[in-house]
Design a protein around this ligand. Structure first.
Ligand SMILES: [Zn+2]
Ligand SMILES: [Zn+2]
Length: 279
């Protein structure tokens, strides 16, 4: 079995036999997940290596099934679950695997995609987002509608009029308020049994990059903490067409991002070592 693969240096399509493709030489680094925790005043560390075999298996499944639904064949025909969109205009995305142990001592593999998958926040078999999807929709849909309406009204108003600046100011306030409310919906659970919203973690709300909490690592750790699973290893890789800035290539492992995950992984990983001692 061979796979078409886009060369990171020349962007040419190349064919790789699947058996060779995921050897360790293709991974850029095997650095563990390590983040400073202000609660403990130290770094919490989760290795990558124990999750790499499962991550390579997931790559093989993505390449073979060409969709992200491996279990319920009934939904196989759902267009939004196919992987072809990862090779189009929207390009690829990050996927992640968390290798853990359940309270009964059984091995468990959790998997996640970053952000939404073709507009879907939830797909069976994949770690859910950090918020309740229904609550999120109830909050955002009417608010976004109001923000759009204000924008349209401003467009229809004379350029330098007072009314226009009032409308734009109102729109800005509503957007900022909506972001705050969204951050209140993101609930982070850690291995110390603590639960906190993004808004509580960053009370002034400013400087939280868009998409914070939507990467694979936070989704996986949050889900494992809620389930009482003990994480043993976490690996994140890119799948699909190389990103625009050419910093992400299919089949490569990457460390957690600094801007969005850096500020929250310390909290999410907290309690990990104690949990390892308990089990
Ligand atoms: Zn991230
Ligand atoms: Zn800690």
């Amino acid at each position: 079995m061979a796979l078409l693969f886009s060369c990171p240096t020349c962007s040419q399509s190349m064919s790789y036999p699947i058996s060779n493709m995921y050897d360790s030489d293709i991974s850029l680094s095997t650095s563990p997940l390590s983040n400073y925790c202000s609660h403990c005043g130290c770094d919490h560390v989760l290795p990558r290596e124990p999750a790499m075999a499962a991550a390579r298996k997931l790559m093989t499944q993505l390449a073979g099934e060409k969709c992200i639904d491996f279990d319920s064949k009934a939904t196989l025909l759902r267009k939004e679950l196919k992987t072809d969109s990862l090779y189009g205009k929207a390009r690829g995305k990050m996927f992640g695997v968390l290798f853990c142990r359940t309270a009964n001592g059984e091995e468990q593999i959790l998997k996640a995609f970053s952000g939404q998958y073709n507009g879907l926040w939830e797909v069976d078999g994949w770690a859910p987002p950090l918020f309740d999807v229904q609550e999120f929709a109830t909050l955002t849909q009417p608010a976004e509608q109001r923000i759009k309406t204000l924008g349209r009204e401003a467009e229809d108003t004379a350029l330098s009029s007072d009314r226009r600046s009032r409308l734009l100011k109102k729109r800005k306030e509503l957007s900022q308020q909506l972001m705050k409310e969204i951050h209140r919906l993101y609930r982070l659970h850690n291995f110390r049994g603590r639960k906190i919203s993004l808004l509580e973690l960053f009370p002034d709300g400013s400087g939280i990059p868009t998409g914070t909490g939507d990467c694979c690592a936070p989704k996986l750790l949050n889900f494992a903490a809620r389930k009482g699973f003990q994480p043993l290893g976490l690996a994140e890789f890119y799948w699909g067409r190389t990103n625009k800035s050419a910093t992400r290539h299919e089949g490569y492992f990457y460390p957690a991002c600094l801007d969005k995950c850096g500020p929250i992984l310390g909290f999410l990983l907290c309690g990990l070592e104690e949990q390892q001692c308990r089990n």
